[in-house]
Each structure stands twice: as C-alpha cells, then as structure tokens.
Design a protein around this ligand. Structure first.
Ligand code: PMV
Length: 358
C-alpha cells in the first residue's frame, strides 16, 4: 500500500519525539505466526511498569536528498551499529506507509531501565517505544493521529511489525492481541486494551522477575515461532489457547486467583513443551528454573498464599502474586530463592499504566 505521507518542502524541519514504554508478560502465550507477523492464536498479557525502554528519536531534514533510511543508532549511550542495522531494516519495511522517513536524517537513542545482562527480552519495550515515536512524528507532520484510539492502534500495529508481543505493550493494565469473539474490536493486526475486564486485585498485581541466567538464548523467538510450522501439536495448541483465553477472561473478571494460577502455570509449561516437541527440539529452562518452579509450588501448598509462576521464551521465572501478600513473598524470595538467582538478582515489577511520552 502506498501512502500520501510526504512532508511538503516548506514544512520540513528538525525535532525530537521521546517515549518510554514498558515490557509485558504474556499469560496466554503467542507462539506461532503466519503471514506478516500475524499470530496463530490470540494472546493476553499484563503490561509491566518497571521494565521499560526509553527512546528518543531526533530528526532533521536530510542535507542532500538520498533514497533509503539515514539512521544513527545509540544504545545505552554508545553508538551501536548492530542494533542500528536491525532498526534500519525495520524502518525500510515501513517506507511504503511512512515515505517521509526517507526525507529525514534520524538519530535514535535508546536505554533500558533494566540491566542489559539481565536476560530480559527487551523487544516488547523497545519496539513499542520506537513505534510510539514514529506515530508522534506522523502526528506532528500530518495531524493524522489526534484521536487517541487511532493513535494507539497505529502504534500497536507498527510495534507488532517489529515484534509481535510489542503490540500489547501500548496499553495500560492488560491487552489482547489476536482476533477473538471474546474481545470486541480485537484484531490480528493490533492489540486492544482489556484493562476494563480486570478485577481490582489484578490491577496492582506483582510480577517479580527472577533472573536465572543472563546468557543469550540459544534459539531466538523468531526461530522458535518458525518451528511451530512443523510442530505436530500446533493445531491442538492453537485451539487450546482460544479455550484458555475464555477461561482466563472469566477468572480475571471474577478475581478467581486459583483458576488464574492454574491457567497461567499451564500456559508457561505448554510454551516450553512446544519447544521440547519442535524439530529440532530444544530446552530454554535451566535446572534452576525448575528448582524455582518447584519451590514456588511448595511454598504455595505450605502457606496457602496464591503465588504463581510464568515463563517467557527463556530461563527466567516471573513470579505473580497479589499486593496483599508482598511482605510474605519477599521473605520467601530472600530466604528460599536468593541462592538460585543469578547474582541474587530479581527485578520487582507490577502491572503498570502503559507508555508515557517523556
Ligand atoms: O514477540 P516475539 O516474537 O519476541 O515473541 C514472544 C513470544 C513469547 O514471549 C514467548 C510469548 C508472548 O506472547 O509474549
């Protein structure tokens, strides 16, 4: 699709747009895609608060008109050509809809709130922050995104093209990405908010990110999604995700923690089960991941405190619990989990308010 978004010569000017955007943790997992970054099943995540990326995009008219993207990329205050090449590729893909990007020289400065070595996937926060910057730029030059819903949908759509899960980070509280009759307005192309479906206990929910390893993943998410194409359980899995989304939405609405926990933990293990049953098979859990999972289950049984785990595509464990139990759970982390954590590190996070313009 071609676009009319070309800046008239007299309006070409320099400027800066600046956003911070959080990561999110999927409860119903997106695993498997088709077409151009379209999901095989709807997913639902909580938007986080502390794990975030701050991205500043400065732009100026190109000194001489050239074709293509002119980008200078900085990560954590250092020029980073490897990340720069990836972002350039992403922006090139957007040129049919954003031809004005070719008229400008761009500088992107991006920092994460969490240590780079923490092994936390940063694609959701970084791609959503960048997508929001691009939308602010579009709105500045063309005034096309004044309506908040239109702005958020476009940002979510652009974020999705960079990283599927990033589409969900645009929204406060919780979001669903992927078409489903269960959520009005839902789409495979962008996420929508389901914050209004959250019982109050989930609005202040905690997610302590327990760092098990900071090593780079041996299999990327991109490769993992691709392996779903030949996974013998794929179709059953996609059906299961739809059914679970229905049950999860009921639990989120009614505040049924037990049901929430049952679905959440099974989703995490299903995700890793799909990795183990891919061809070639692979494991992203580490022995300490399993020790932590077992410790959480034991602690829950002994204390009756509703604390649950989920996993991303990696070895770190996200521990989920209500605000009410914070002091007991923190005691559990210090007394029983600390020696299982990489350098004793965990990142206390919780359900957040979504991105903010800086
Ligand atoms: O957004 P991607 O392509 O990095 O895939 C992320 C997939 C999971 O994090 C494992 C699940 C999810 O829904 O976020």
């Amino acid at each position: 699709m071609t676009s009319t978004l070309i800046i008239p010569q007299e309006k070409l000017e320099s400027g800066v747009v600046h956003w911070q955007s959080p990561s999110n943790i999927a409860i119903i997992k997106y695993w498997g895609k088709h077409g151009i970054q379209l999901p095989q099943n709807p997913s639902l995540s909580f938007t986080l608060r502390n794990a975030l990326t701050e991205t500043k995009l400065s732009y100026a008219p190109k000194e001489s008109p050239t074709s293509g993207i002119d980008l200078d990329f900085w990560f954590e205050e250092q020029q980073n050509d490897v990340f720069g090449a990836k972002v350039t590729k992403y922006l090139e893909q957007l040129l049919p809809t954003f031809p004005f990007l070719e008229q400008l020289s761009l500088k992107i400065e991006s920092v994460n709130s969490f240590p780079h070595s923490a092994g936390i996937a940063s694609s959701a926060s970084s791609m959503s922050a960048l997508a929001l910057c691009l939308c602010s730029m579009e709105d500045h030059f063309f005034g096309t995104l004044g309506d908040d819903t239109v702005f958020d949908r476009k940002a979510s759509n652009l974020a999705r093209l960079g990283s599927g899960s990033a589409s969900r980070s645009i929204f406060a509280g919780a979001a669903v990405w992927g078409q489903t009759d269960l959520v009005e307005g839902s789409s495979d192309e962008y996420a929508v908010s389901v914050e209004n479906r959250l019982h109050p206990i989930f609005k202040t929910f905690h997610d302590d990110i327990l760092i098990v390893s900071d090593a780079e993943k041996p299999v990327s998410s991109r490769a993992g999604h691709a392996l779903m194409n030949d996974n013998p359980y794929a179709n059953t899995r996609y059906k299961q995700a739809n059914q679970r989304l229905k049950d999860l939405l009921n639990a989120l609405e009614s505040g049924d923690l037990e049901k929430f926990g049952e679905i959440t933990e099974n989703e995490a293990l299903t995700l890793h089960g799909l990795m183990m049953t891919s061809n070639p098979s692979y494991l992203l859990m580490e022995p300490k991941t399993i020790s932590i999972i077992q410790a959480i289950r034991r602690y829950r049984k002994e204390t009756n405190i509703p604390v649950y785990f989920t996993l991303d595509a990696g070895p770190n464990v996200h521990m989920l619990y209500t605000e009410e139990h914070i002091s007991s759970v923190r005691g559990f982390v210090h007394d029983e989990l600390a020696n299982l954590l990489h350098e004793g590190t965990y990142i206390p996070d919780f359900v957040g308010e979504g991105p903010e313009e800086v």
